[in-house]
Write a protein that binds this ligand. Structure first.
Ligand code: CO8
Length: 258
């Protein structure tokens, strides 16, 4: 892979989008390599949590590649949008929790990539926005859908209609990011959170993620039944036996299985 760096550290992985000369803009090559990296992550049972970040000081991802999109016809644009959406949906649906460590510009497709992750941590220097309408297009990698689900319909409309770029503290205020940290502490903070999550029972964490995500799309009665289903599935795992036995024996589980 030329544009993606995938590093494993014990039970977490860090995936870095690396096209620094174009501020990590997403072209077809990056999206296809990202797709391949997801295959690798999905097939590795030792990865309990994933951090996604951008290479360099300036950008997380400055959007989809404008140079590549400039001369596209509607059919090519549709295919490009479908490719991006497929890859982002795969990230969103990963069994393991994902944390975007937003180290700079997260514009257009970059903001959309961050929103496909479960949790977003931003450096003080991060900037967020969906500036597409200024380029004569709409968001195309899920922005119209995920932004409204995260910050509410009204704020999403304001951001998408104006194309305003907001800083990390404003992103925190509106609930677009979970936490803002110093630039030099970003990756360590994201890894610390990933490591903390990976100390918990991975099957339970994955099922909780699925319950939250699936339930969010459903009516409350369906959602509660889905929760009852995943809750009961936990009782068929070794982790449940280990976790509850350890509690009654007044000790901690050394390492949950997967
Ligand atoms: N695409 C391609 N190249 C880019 C992009 C991008 N999105 N962003 C930056 N670059 C390149 C620049 O062209 C420049 O290249 P070069 O050095 O060869 O001229 C290099 O990165 C550095 O950028 P700048 O010189 O512009 O750096 P500045 O510090 O002056 O500005 C900005 C930084 C503010 C981030 C600026 O680069 C910028 O505004 N970038 C574009 C941001 C943007 O509009 N993003 C949204 C793109 S549209 C989108 O993401 C839609 C997603 C859905 C697609 C659906 C498919 C149909």
């Amino acid at each position: 892979m030329e544009t993606i760096i995938l590093q494993k550290e014990e039970n977490i992985a860090v995936l870095t989008i690396s096209r620094p000369k174009a501020l990590n803009a997403l072209n077809t090559k990056v999206l296809k390599e990202l797709d391949g990296a997801i295959d690798e992550i999905e097939n590795d049972n030792e990865i309990y949590a994933l951090v996604i970040t951008g290479d360099g000081e300036k950008a997380f991802v400055a959007g989809a590649d404008i140079a590549e999109m400039k001369d596209m016809n509607p059919k090519e644009a549709r295919n490009f949008s479908i490719l991006g959406n497929k890859v982002f949906r795969r990230i969103e649906s990963l069994r393991i929790p994902t944390i975007a460590a937003v180290n700079g510009y997260a514009l257009g497709g970059g903001c959309e990539l961050a929103m496909a992750c479960d949790i977003r941590i931003a450096s003080e220097t991060a900037k967020f926005g969906q500036p597409e309408v200024g380029l004569g297009i709409t968001p195309g990698f899920g922005g119209t859908q995920r932004l409204s689900r995260i910050v509410g319909k009204s704020k999403a409309k304001e951001l998408i209609f104006t194309g305003d770029v907001i800083d990390a503290n404003e992103a925190l205020r509106i609930g677009l990011v979970n936490k803002v940290v110093k630039k030099e502490e970003l990756i360590d903070e994201a890894k610390k959170l990933a490591n903390k999550i990976s100390q918990n029972a991975p099957i339970a964490v994955g099922l909780a993620k699925a319950a939250i995500d699936r339930g969010y799309q459903a009516d409350i009665d369906t959602a509660i039944m889905y929760e009852a289903e995943v809750f009961s599935q936990c009782f068929a795992t070794e982790d449940q036996k280990d976790g509850m036995t350890a509690f009654t024996e007044k000790r901690k589980v050394e390492k949950f299985k997967n």
